[in-house]
Design a binder for this molecule. Structure first.
Ligand code: FAD
Ligand code: DHB
Length: 405
């Protein structure tokens, strides 16, 4: 049996960012990941970072390439009723957003781990956690045919929605809140210049569309599709025609198409598990909560959890206090629920739920309101860029990692 301070389950962005921040503070961890590194780095997911996430990646010393290659955006466009309205995020909130793919964040974190010789066990099988409510929890896993056991102080469950961490908590100690949506998103990636310089969120009678990007020569587009849709029903030509049909004329004419390099369908779901702590197990990121992607909050919430937990673990090892550890779930959930509300609201505003004309007219009225009211635009913008840490619920003074937020 080996002994480590923190065992981290899952080498997605949450797990690797947590281990990197802990390592920089001299705290030892081991990361157990069931997939290969190539698989984890190849998954195409989020693309938009709040500036608080940008700051955290820089504090973790994995932000250099992001600062060179990422695209900082000052605003976005809302398209509805055949027209567009620009939301000036920078002017309204003082904050920008960063376009930088999750795949790149994952690679930067992976490279930092390789460079430091940090312990990541790829292809760890049968990961299981034991004695969570004792002060000596254990994690077991297999690698090849060999069984391993790790003794630790804390376990960070960073293993996503389908992971084992949340499922290891007895059902009577966790409340699950869930909302599923009657549609999904089909997304494609293509090596073509984006249709516009900023993201465009489209409300259209045929359904939602989103124009995003990964660089000035790589576009990421999404269309609302039905839940039982199949990729096979969406050859590239159909996707481009449908996207063109949902864009306002000014953009439809400028759309450059090309062969897709990736295409996938994702269901939309809101899910929150509370509390986010059970004994010495702390849930982080998608293991505890997922959101419909409309507000681009998933990865950013995961990073915010990591910041809180790393601060709490640091306080424990520096000063022996468990105040921040005891506070973790409450602090994290306060932010999670605000982001969950925003994602739910923005999803409801932009998607087609039925053929009912009343519902569509109400959406248009609300979009007109955002376009015409400084107060409504500011409220939208401050949620979109991320409710910052100044708004976290009051708590006792504790040790904080250096932060520019
Ligand atoms: P994950 O990235 O899920 O990482 C969890 C890791 O744990 C994985 O590597 C997994 O292999 C590993 N694991 C699971 N079970 C075990 C086990 N038993 N043992 C060991 N390891 C295990 N967010 C946005 O903001 N915008 C988007 O456009 C967007 N698109 C998305 C599209 C898809 C298809 C998905 C699934 C998510 C998307 N998200 C998006 C959400 C965003 O990608 C997540 O919020 C983010 O990945 C959360 O990071 P995480 O590290 O908490 O979880
Ligand atoms: C992306 C995804 C989102 O859900 C979003 O709101 C903005 C951007 C993206 O993948 O680029």
């Amino acid at each position: 049996m080996s002994k480590i301070q923190v065992a981290i389950i899952g080498a997605g962005p949450s797990g690797l960012l947590l281990s990197q921040l802990l390592r920089l503070q001299g705290i030892e961890s081991i990361v157990l990941e069931r997939q290969t590194r190539e698989y984890v780095e190849g998954r195409i997911r989020a693309g938009l970072l709040e500036w608080s996430t940008v700051d955290l990646l820089n504090e973790a010393r994995v932000g250099a390439r992001m600062m060179r290659e990422g695209l900082a955006h000052d605003g976005l466009e809302l398209a509805f009723d055949g027209r567009t309205h620009r939301i000036d995020l920078k002017k309204l909130t003082g904050h920008r957003m960063m376009v930088y793919g999750q795949t790149e964040v994952q690679k930067d974190l992976g490279d930092a781990h390789t460079a430091s010789g940090a312990q990541i066990i790829w292809e760890a099988g049968n990961v299981a956690i034991h004695d969570i409510t004792s002060h000596r929890p254990r994690v077991t896993y297999t690698r090849g045919a060999i069984n391993h056991e790790i003794d630790c102080d804390f376990i960070a469950g960073c293993d996503g929605f389908h992971g084992i961490s949340r499922q290891s908590i007895p059902k009577e100690y966790v409340t699950l809140h869930e909302r599923t949506y009657p549609f999904g998103w089909i997304g494609i990636m293509a090596n073509v210049p984006p249709v516009a310089g900023e993201l465009i969120y489209v409300n259209h009678p045929r359904g939602f569309a989103l124009c995003s990007m990964r660089s000035k020569s790589r576009s990421r587009y999404y269309l609302q599709c039905s839940l039982d849709d199949d990729i096979a029903n969406w050859p590239d030509d159909r996707f481009w025609d449908e996207l063109r049909g949902r864009l306002p004329n000014e953009h439809a004419g400028a759309l450059i198409t090309g062969p897709s390099i990736e295409k996938s369908i994702a269901p939309l779901r809101s899910f929150v598990a509370e509390p986010m702590r059970f004994g010495q197990l702390f849930l982080v990121g998608d293991a505890a909560h997922i959101l419909p992607p409309t507000g681009a909050k998933g990865l950013n919430l995961a990073a915010a959890d990591v910041r809180l937990l790393s601060e709490a673990i640091l306080e424990y090892y520096r000063g022996g206090s468990e105040t921040l550890l005891n506070d973790y779930s409450k602090q994290a959930l306060a932010r999670v629920w605000k982001a969950t509300r925003f994602s739910w609201w923005f999803t409801a505003l932009m998607h087609k739920f039925s053929d009912e004309t009343f519902a569509h007219r109400i959406q248009l009225a609300e979009l007109e309101y955002i376009a015409g009211s400084a107060a409504a635009a500011e409220s939208f913008a401050e949620n979109y860029v991320g409710l910052n840490f100044a708004q976290r619920i009051p708590r006792p003074q504790g040790l904080r990692l250096k932060s520019s937020i």
